[in-house]
Structure formats: structure tokens, C-alpha cells
Design a protein around this ligand. Structure first.
Ligand SMILES: Cc1cc2nc3c(=O)[nH]c(=O)nc-3n(C[C@H](O)[C@H](O)[C@H](O)COP(=O)(O)OP(=O)(O)OC[C@H]3O[C@@H](n4cnc5c(N)ncnc54)[C@H](O)[C@@H]3O)c2cc1C
Length: 379
């Protein structure tokens, strides 16, 4: 007889699904029971939410059965507390689930604001409805000029060319990806104006660089700042200042060896994690690595440190156009880039690949590696 080992994966995004699939499909350990806990009715393709906000797509949901290994038990619920001592999680309906091991993968969102946003499916749908109801000639203000802001602005400009689009950020599109001249040209073509200033997160008023305040008009979409759920902090687990769960280079929580973490909700300590950015591109290899670390511990071997390198960063610039920036393993840009239709085509293939990787890992466990050697992160 062998003892059952119960692993709970909290959060069913890119990181959590990859981790759950890799564990469920592993033949290295007998008696592994994997439970994925997530409040969503379906898996959310979060990297396409700007398309929902623009009314280009009605849904970005994928059936759990399509992306999860058939031996993963899926529980549709929100976790409100992790009781480390009792090794249980508490769900919103106060039910409890026991775990032997836990992978924390609750992802991220934008800073809380009453303004419109695209941070999750519900928010993106509300934004989509608000945009659809705007009379022709109305103003849409996008707070932030990072990748999400640019993707939202381009998608809305394509679907509603009759609206007046403005992006507001303290120093315009200063982000290395969105600041490229090819991106600026595309936005100019779509008549998206970029203003230096800030947006008040409570009222949507725009304070321009000279200090003048313009009250909110039309619709304001907030795309700034990363926040994470407070679950780790609420549960007394070690967190960084911004609430991300602290993990070491093997993705284990120091002092809590049965808890590991992956994706946007964790801060990896040490040099191996220094270059990681919150992204789907990082979440998938981190999820795979967290599962690998857990399996190594179960096998009584030392888990390896992460070794994740990037390949490219991409932007969807609307109507099949895109911008793809080749980067070094440490995410610093190379000279090579693609834009226009070839950039858009490549970006679309990357988006498709993310779900395809999860689905393939569900059917052929261990299949997710990119090229050979350590995982390389796309998008
Ligand atoms: C519009 C948009 C475009 C983007 N484009 C790109 C892109 O092109 N490339 C890229 O690399 N990244 C992109 N991103 C970022 C990317 O989506 C995230 O970095 C990625 O989703 C992080 O993956 P994750 O698995 O850590 O978390 P998530 O995908 O956020 O998943 C976390 C899951 O945990 C669940 N959860 C949260 N709290 C709890 C709880 N208490 N209990 C149970 N479950 C919980 C959530 O409901 C969610 O399903 C984009 C994001 C947005 C919003």
C-alpha cells in the first residue's frame, strides 16, 4: 500500500493550470491527488481581455476540461484563508480542504479603482458594455501607457473609430516596448493621442503636466499598477511589501517547505528571479517549475533553482497588426523586431500557443519545454 499525497493548487490561471497538469500527469510519484481551486466558471485567457473590453470578443473563456488534466479535480471556489498549521484551505463558503502540499498561484490585477478596467473577465465585460453605449464622438481616456494600456487603446480605436482616444501617462509611453517608434506610428494612424499627465484613480479626472485638471468625460479605463490578492498576507505567510508571496529560487516558501508558489503572485528571491516580469510569459514556466520542485521534494532530491530566459515581448496593436520585440534571456531588448501584419500574426500565434501548451501538458504530461534546455518564455 502507498499513501495518497494531496496537492492543492490555489488559482487556475496560466501558472496554476500548468503546475496542476504537470503534477497530475507525473508518473514519478504514486498516489498523487491534485485539486485545482479557482472561482472561474472557465479558464480565462487573460492576455486577450483587451479584446473583450473593445467588444471584439464576447468571451475569452476556455472549458476547464480542455486545459486541465483529466485527473485534476477542479473545485470552483475562492480560497479565503490558508491554515498553514492545520494544512487546510478555507473556501469562501467556509468549507475546508486538506492539503499535504500547496501551490500558490493566485495571479494579479491592477490597482483597485472604481474606474473601468480590463483586469479580469467581469471588469473587461463591464468596460465592453460601457464602450458600446458611448455615443459617437465621446472621449475614451486610457490611464497608463504600458503594454496593457496600448493594447486596450488600439483595440478600442479599431472597434470604435468614431470615439476620441487619449492615453495619459506621466511620461507618455516610456515603457521600452510601447515606446518604440513603430508602436507610436501605429497609434498615430489610429488617431490615439498620448498626453503627459496623471489620472485620478477615484474620479478619472486628468491632471496634465502643467497641473491643469480636466474632469472625467466619456469613459476612463485604468490599466496602471500591479496588485496581488492579499491571501498570502492574510494567512500569515511571508510576503514582499506589495503582498507577493516570497519564494526562493526553487519556488518554495522559506520556513514553509510544503508551500510553493508560481506566477504573478510570487516574488522570487535571489539572482535567478531578478529579471522576471509579471506576465503570462513567466507564469507558464514558473508553474512548470513549481510542479517540478514539488516532485523533486517528494522523490527526496534537492529541487533545482529556476532558469528562465525570455525570447520576445509582443503587443497586439489591433486589426491583425502587432509589434514583436526580440529580447535577450534577461528580457533586455535586441535590435530585431517585427511590426505590422507580420508582428500581428506572430503575436496571435503566441497567444494560441499559451493555451495550446496548457492543453498539451494536460494530454501529454512533461511536453512543455521550449526548444531544448530550460524553459524559454514567450510573449
Ligand atoms: C489585457 C491584458 C493583456 C495581457 N497581455 C499579456 C501578454 O501579451 N503577454 C504576457 O506575458 N502577459 C500579458 N498579460 C499579463 C498576464 O495575463 C498575467 O501576467 C498572467 O495572467 C499571470 O498568470 P498567473 O497564472 O500568475 O495569474 P492569472 O492568470 O491572473 O490567474 C490567477 C487565477 O487565480 C484566481 N484566484 C485569485 N484569487 C484566488 C483565490 N483567493 N482563490 C482561488 N483562486 C484565486 C484568479 O481568479 C485567476 O483565475 C496581460 C494581462 C492583461 C490584463
Amino acid at each position: 500500500m502507498f499513501e495518497m499525497v494531496n496537492v492543492v493548487v490555489v488559482g487556475g490561471g496560466y501558472a496554476g493550470v500548468m503546475a496542476a497538469n504537470r503534477l497530475a500527469g507525473s508518473s514519478a510519484v504514486r498516489g498523487l491527488e491534485v485539486t485545482s481551486v479557482d472561482p472561474g466558471v472557465q479558464f480565462t485567457e487573460r492576455i486577450r481581455l483587451h479584446q473583450v473590453a473593445a467588444g471584439i470578443r464576447g468571451s475569452v473563456g476556455v472549458e476547464w476540461a480542455e486545459v486541465l488534466h483529466r485527473q485534476v479535480r477542479h473545485v470552483q471556489a475562492r480560497v479565503v484563508f490558508i491554515d498553514v498549521n492545520k494544512r487546510t484551505i478555507v473556501l469562501a463558503d467556509r468549507k475546508e480542504l486538506r492539503f499535504d502540499w500547496l501551490i500558490y498561484a493566485v495571479g494579479s490585477g491592477e490597482q483597485a479603482t472604481p474606474l473601468l478596467s480590463v483586469t479580469n473577465y467581469a471588469a473587461a465585460r463591464t468596460t465592453g458594455q460601457a464602450i458600446a453605449e458611448l455615443p459617437s464622438g465621446s472621449t475614451v481616456t486610457i490611464a497608463g501607457a504600458g503594454p496593457t494600456g496600448v493594447e486596450v487603446a488600439c483595440a478600442v480605436a479599431v472597434s470604435r473609430p468614431d470615439l476620441v482616444m487619449t492615453m495619459v501617462a506621466p511620461s507618455g509611453p516610456a515603457h521600452p516596448l510601447t515606446g518604440h517608434p513603430a508602436v507610436a506610428r501605429r497609434m498615430e494612424r489610429l488617431c490615439i493621442t498620448v498626453k503627459n499627465g496623471t489620472v485620478d484613480p477615484s474620479t478619472g479626472a486628468v491632471v496634465n503636466a502643467g497641473g491643469n485638471v480636466q474632469p472625467a468625460a466619456g469613459a476612463t479605463i485604468w490599466t496602471v499598477g500591479l496588485t496581488v490578492p492579499s491571501l498570502a498576507a492574510d494567512s500569515g505567510l511571508p510576503v514582499a511589501e506589495d503582498g507577493r508571496l516570497l519564494v526562493d529560487e526553487t519556488l518554495s516558501v522559506p520556513g514553509h517547505e510544503r508551500i510553493l508558489g508560481a506566477g504573478d503572485a510570487v516574488a522570487v528571491q535571489g539572482a535567478a528571479g531578478g529579471h522576471l516580469r509579471a506576465s503570462c510569459a513567466s507564469a507558464i514556466p514558473l508553474g512548470a517549475h513549481a510542479a517540478g520542485s514539488l516532485l523533486a521534494r517528494l522523490a527526496g532530491t534537492a529541487p533545482p533553482a529556476i532558469d528562465i530566459g525570455y525570447l520576445m515581448q509582443c503587443l497586439d496593436l489591433g486589426a491583425g497588426r502587432g509589434y514583436v520585440q526580440s529580447v535577450r534571456r534577461d528580457d533586455t531588448p535586441r535590435r530585431w523586431f517585427l511590426n505590422g501584419r507580420s508582428g500581428g500574426w506572430t503575436k496571435e500565434q503566441v497567444c494560441r500557443m499559451t493555451v495550446a501548451w496548457l492543453a498539451k501538458e494536460a494530454r501529454e504530461p512533461g511536453s512543455y519545454t521550449w526548444l531544448s534546455g530550460p524553459p524559454v518564455a514567450l510573449s
